[in-house]
Design a protein around this ligand. Structure first.
Ligand code: SF4
Length: 291
């Protein structure tokens, strides 16, 4: 199957539009400067729902600013599971969001990216920032740039989920940059190994209705780590649409995983329809116990 969204993202990264947008973001840092550029507000990111490269909120998160990159090409740890189910590949956003991701990637290549990111974020009142609704840490230098931005903004909390497991090993990550490990049926053994090294954050896993056999990986994660496993629900448009009986799923987990099943948390927004991340806060409030 052709991954047209991935091909389009690669093409956009090379476009003049993305290059000029990234240059405008690097030059600006406030609303007035952005409004004075020749770009339309929704593209350059000025108004209620954006500030430059940051988009403010989505349906799942509520009003939390996020920074996204093109899918797959910025995800060195992507697996066959991602290519089949990643919502960033299959969910149709609008063309502006795709150009903004391409420009965000070009912006992130700059040596002064931590300054630029901190400049925009210091103008936003939101205390929590999400990295990578789409995309991931694509190399160590880029990870270090976010670590630097987080150090400069100690009053803000940054959180993300990553499959770039090799990149985060041994990295100097400040406490206000919370990185959860994203495991799937292809990378769960490595995820367990990396978690044992880092001993911080959740391990996340995606449940696809009707594919209960994939949950066997949870047994390995529970037996080989002390991590809390955050279970997401596969909600990409071509995922099986079976109604999930939460009580039955919990029973199934208890029967197969025993008492360790108490360390599996079902994502409240995805399994029960709410609350949104902004009110749930689970993914960043447990920062203290992360050693
Ligand atoms: S556990 Fe809560 S904060 Fe984390 S992704 Fe789910 S709804 Fe958002």
């Amino acid at each position: 199957m052709r991954l047209w969204r991935v091909e389009e993202a690669e093409r956009l990264v090379k476009s003049e539009l993305a290059r000029e947008l990234a240059e405008a973001w690097a030059r600006c840092g406030d609303e007035q400067c952005l409004a004075d550029t020749p770009f339309e507000p929704e593209l350059v990111g000025v108004g209620r729902w954006w500030l430059g490269p940051f988009t403010i909120g989505n349906r799942k998160m509520g009003e939390i600013p996020f920074f996204s990159l093109p899918p797959v090409s910025t995800c060195p740890g992507h697996t066959p599971f991602c290519l089949k189910w990643c919502y960033a590949i299959y969910e149709i956003a609008n063309w502006r969001a795709h150009v903004r991701e391409a420009a965000a990637y070009l912006l992130s290549l700059r040596y002064d990216f931590p300054d630029v990111a901190a400049r925009y974020l210091s103008r936003l009142p939101h205390p929590v920032v999400r990295l990578h609704v789409s995309g991931d840490f694509y190399d160590r230098g880029y990870l270090e740039k976010w670590a630097e931005a987080a150090r400069r903004l100690p009053h803000k909390t940054f959180y993300t989920y990553t499959k770039s497991l090799r990149l985060i090993r041994g990295a100097d990550i400040p406490k206000n940059l919370i990185i959860h490990l994203s495991a799937d049926p292809f990378n769960y053994a490595e995820a367990a190994e990396v978690w044992r090294e880092l001993r911080r954050g959740f391990i996340t896993f995606v449940y696809t209705p009707g594919r209960d056999e994939e949950l066997q990986a949870l047994q390995h994660l529970l037996e080989n780590t002390e991590a809390t496993i955050l279970l997401f629900l596969n909600h990409v448009q071509h995922a099986p649409r079976a109604r999930v009986d939460i009580a039955q799923l919990r029973r199934w987990l208890r029967e197969r995983l025993g008492p360790a099943a108490s360390r599996v948390v079902l994502d409240p927004e995805e399994f029960a329809g709410g609350p949104q991340c902004l009110h749930c806060r689970l993914c960043w409030i447990y920062r203290q116990p992360f050693k």
